[in-house]
Design a protein around this ligand. Sequence first.
Ligand code: CP
Length: 296
Amino acid sequence: MFNITQLSQEKINKIIQDALEIAGGKSFKAKQDIFVSNLFFEDSTRTKTSFDIAERKLGLKVVPFDASHSSVNKGESLYDTVKTIESLGVNLVVIRHKQDRFYEDLKNINIPIINAGDGTGNHPSQCMLDLVTIFQEFGKFEGLKVGIVGDVKHSRVANSNAEALRKLGAKVYFSGPSKWFDEGAIINGTFLAFNELVKEVDVLILLRIQHERHENKHGFSAEEYHKKYGLTKEREKLMKPNAIIMHPAPINRGVEIDTDLVECERSRIFKQMENGVYARMAILKDALEQKGFEFE
Ligand code: CP
């Protein structure tokens, strides 16, 4: 199971280095037939498409799976679905599911499972592509100051990134509505007012407001949120000269970030997406090599 908690610092660094080599032009191809399937039970544009591209670049055979037309709709459980895919001869699955820690139901599955996002739990492949993007920029993690701002209560990106960045020696700060920080049970860290944080950090990671996970209306209009907690043009001017802006996307333009800043000089938002293919190639290769598959 690919999850940040299980990864040693050494393994994280190895995946980052492999991803950077791939970004620099190195290619890897499977030496034998390997079948993989992407089981997405929640919507996705970036993660699903970039896993798909990463798999094809590695020469893997991608078996299509459409959750909306699967036997899940007849009541089949996640376990029976994955066990079926395994029995049919698929060698690795990538899973996104709205249930936190869905993988705990899959302990009897013998093929590698890559977590592509579990509810409000973790998003390890997003974390790896974020780490690749940060390392590309600064060449280190030790001593870097990283701010994670916004809907930390519902963000699986916040959980994975905070855990990995601390493991690698970065200092992690949070901001946004303090209520969401206080209620974010997994997260413990330093909370700063946004106007303070924005001056302090080398990397500013903005989070999407996850409207679909708020049980009640969260009480902010888009304009109010942007004014209080969004990266406005005025706040961007307070950032350190070499600081960068990141966002896992999709972006609520004009809410978390002024639309003109989405592609500004500091923004690495589309670079993150490009790095998503390289990071996911490195993750897939590592998981398959652990099962004895070979690449050339
Ligand atoms: N960042 C991210 O997970 O985007 P998608 O939901 O489009 O995959």
